[in-house]
Design a protein around this ligand. Sequence first.
Ligand code: CO
Length: 184
Amino acid sequence: MKKLLLAPGLALMLFIASCGGGGEETTETTASTEETTPEETAPPVWADIPGIENEEVTAMIELTGNDQMQFNDNLCKVEAGKEITLTLKNIGSLPAAAMSHNAVVLARGTDIQAFGQAAVAATETEHIPQDYKLDVIAHTKMLGPGESDEITFTLPEAGVYDFLCTFPGHFATMQGKIVAVAAE
Ligand code: CO
């Protein structure tokens, strides 16, 4: 009877010991594989964005917004660490209270859905949600028909940055991406 009780306990101990050893080995193997893989061979994070292969690097982004809640351009390529000039013109004719536009450039990794929803209530600050201030790299003024604004900013690191219009109801159709490539 004692033997029967002891055997499962022993087996369990052996199982735990082998699991622990195996886990450590796996971790070490993974780490050394990462070290020996050259970074140059990994495709950039923006490789899958449709149309990115047609974009030329620019330091001047010229956007328009229309009465159909559209930007003229939804994809741009710039150089990280270099000053960018962005202009936005509202080319529509509807009244400002019904159809205004801005362009807000977000830090990488910002939740654009959460940001866009928070922006709706930010009526005192031209729909720039103050709780998300640190996620805003740059933004234009909120522009009524015929108005325009110009901003300059620098994207700190290579990667994909979202931009959007935060006028209520607009960000679902008025958003785009700025891809910053590493400086040559
Ligand atoms: Co808009």
